[in-house]
Design a protein around this ligand. Structure first.
Ligand code: EPU
Length: 304
């Protein structure tokens, strides 16, 4: 529960929208998650700065989310302030081979803008259902490449409201990793360097990536994308399939028949169902192959 004085200060100072006790299941692709004390959509960068300063000053936790497409939110909800950048801070501009994008813009839109400008380097991202900010934090990618391949600089706000610029080296990108998962910076804008390319080839690569995704992943069902990271030299999906986990379920949470590294919410799955199913998968893969799978999704919220 937020103290009344924090509620009052948020109402007085935040210009974006505030939703009180907002069910997070409405804001995650899994369709799972209890209430956030308050879900804020900041109007712009200075509004976000304001929210972070309030959180700092009043010692109230703040959780930043993008599209909620790589997220498991606890059934008990999230303490404090949740700020969603989805479709906020979403300007895109192109200058020669450079692309500047706000953290809240959709990767889908960004890949379209790059293709229309005849720039190559982002075709891998077609069909990734996240925001640019989320993609940078997670170093989102596929076998074709990842966002780290094109990012040059990130503009971020520290948790006490200061603006900082981080270059690629400072971001410490790794496989599905960046320093942004460990240090309290909130991405507000990203600069990328692409290369001039052949428009037909760019379109063809985007079409083929999208078709591949549609064929191999349950993209129309409620999931959070890949659940586990691929371990070095192998694939979580293969290990899960060949340890006999496909189709396994807990409540309405089920391992996808199409792709072993996806869990589908068939209707009323809870975060606990997902967690329990994840534990069963980890145990079964470990028994069969001696490999410990690690979550790729971000797990947030109150612990029961
Ligand atoms: N495989 C199986 N059984 C399965 C699923 C996969 O044997 O049930 C095998 C495939 O045959 C293939 C290998 O595992 O040989 C890898 O599968 P896939 O090509 O589907 O790629 P992935 O490694 O499972 C990665 C990303 C996806 C991205 C695809 C597209 C990770 C954790 N996942 O999946 O990203 O869309 O490549 O190339 O790196 C996401 O991050 O949310 C995501 C969906």
């Amino acid at each position: 529960m937020l103290p009344e004085r924090v509620k009052d200060i948020l109402k007085a100072k935040v210009t974006g929208t505030l939703l009180w006790d907002e069910p997070m299941k409405k804001h995650t692709t899994f369709g799972i998650g209890g209430p956030a004390d308050v879900l804020v959509s900041p109007r712009d960068e200075s509004d976000l700065q304001q929210i972070l300063s309030i959180s700092h000053e009043y010692d109230t936790p703040v959780t930043i989310i993008g599209n909620g497409s790589n997220l498991l939110v606890a059934d008990e909800g999230i303490d404090g302030i949740v700020a969603t950048l989805s479709n906020r801070l979403n300007n895109i501009s192109v200058q020669e081979d450079r692309l500047m994008a706000g953290a809240g813009c959709q990767l889908a839109r960004l890949t379209r803008v790059a293709a229309d400008a005849g720039l190559t380097g982002l075709e891998f991202a077609v069909g990734i259902p996240g925001t640019v900010g989320g993609a940078v934090v997670m170093n989102a990618g596929t076998r074709e490449g990842s966002i780290a391949d094109v990012v040059t600089t990130v503009r971020a706000i520290s948790h006490d409201g200061q603006i900082v610029e981080l270059d690629k080296k400072a971001l410490e990108f790794g496989y599905r990793e960046s320093i942004l998962q460990r240090k309290s910076f909130i991405v507000v804008a990203v600069e990328m360097k692409l290369r001039p390319g052949d428009a037909n080839e760019i379109e063809a690569r985007m079409r083929s990536n999208q078709a591949w995704r549609k064929e191999t992943q349950p993209i129309h069902l409620r999931t959070a994308g890949s659940i586990f990271k691929n371990p070095p030299g192998d694939y979580a999906g293969r290990l899960i399939e060949f340890s006999g986990c496909k189709g396994m379920s807990v409540g309405d949470a089920q391992v996808s028949d199409l792709h072993g590294n996806f869990i589908v919410n068939r209707g009323r799955a809870t975060a606990n169902d997902i967690r329990e199913l994840m534990e069963m998968i980890v145990a079964q893969v470990s028994d069969k192959f001696g490999i410990q799978l690690e979550p790729e999704i971000q797990i947030v919220g109150r612990r029961a």
